[in-house]
Ligand binder design. Structure first.
Ligand code: MLT
Length: 239
């Protein structure tokens, strides 16, 4: 089983998406929030790239049916019901509703791979569960990271490494199966786990703590707190 990591979405070829299980990662915070929305009882999550599209869909569905969530630059979009804090998505606000979410990078990453047959939502909080689900598919795995504004983001790379580390528990990985980027991610994860790599110094992590989201980043970086592995199919994310 070959495993590759795309550090920033958008550069994959159609070939890379064929016969491949894709895992989308935006650990801070979109994919973590999406997992939380489904754990919080949302019926489904609809990711949109454009905030205007999210608003249009929400007004078609009506406020009884849906919750509108999203951020730009980490801050809640004006007029939206909630921002992008995972805990907002665990609350009663989302129960039995369709969550429409638009974020700076994460929802773009999801859209960029929508032609893939199997797309799983990955984060640190479900790293072992998503690794198990991806391994069980029996195909090669491509982890697509959201990054930040077109640049690789260490938080996503570290999470990709955490998922790869967990895949080792479910599949045989032979020499040459991991791409160089996959090996880099795994080394980064091991550095983080052994406290040699300080993730709090990295750009997006420190931006979020600067905005007062200390609780969020701690929550997002606590491994294996859930077994939920959402799937993205036909424009909709479900459990
Ligand atoms: C994004 O999509 O760029 C992120 O999820 C930003 C955030 O931390 O809210």
């Amino acid at each position: 089983m070959k495993i590759d990591v795309l550090p920033v979405f958008g550069k994959q070829t159609d070939n890379q998406l064929q016969d491949t299980t894709v895992v989308v990662v935006d650990v801070l915070r979109a994919t973590t929030s999406i997992i939380c929305a489904l754990n919080g009882g949302a019926i489904k999550v609809v990711p949109t790239v454009d905030a205007g599209d999210a608003v249009a869909l929400a007004s078609r569905l009506g406020s009884r049916e849906c919750v509108l969530g999203g951020e730009r630059g980490g801050i809640k979009i004006s007029g939206f019901d909630i921002g992008n804090s995972p805990k907002e998505y665990l609350s009663r606000t989302v129960k039995n509703k369709t969550v429409i979410i638009s974020t700076t990078n994460g929802t773009g990453a999801l859209h960029s791979v929508k032609s893939a047959e199997k797309i799983l939502i990955g984060a640190m909080i479900n790293r072992t569960a998503v690794a198990k689900a991806a391994s069980c598919e029996g195909h090669d795995i491509l982890i697509v990271c959201a990054g930040t504004d077109g640049q690789p983001s260490a938080d996503d790379l570290c999470t990709a490494g955490a998922i790869i580390d967990a895949v080792r528990g479910y599949a045989t990985i032979r020499p040459g199966d991991l791409s160089d980027m996959a090996l880099i991610c795994e080394a980064l994860y091991n550095g983080w786990k052994e406290e040699r790599f300080d993730i709090s110094k990295t750009f997006h992590y420190s931006r979020l703590t600067g905005l007062g989201f200390d609780e969020d980043v701690k929550f997002c970086f606590t491994p294996d707190t859930t077994e939920t592995v959402p799937q993205y199919r036909d424009g909709v994310i479900i459990k």
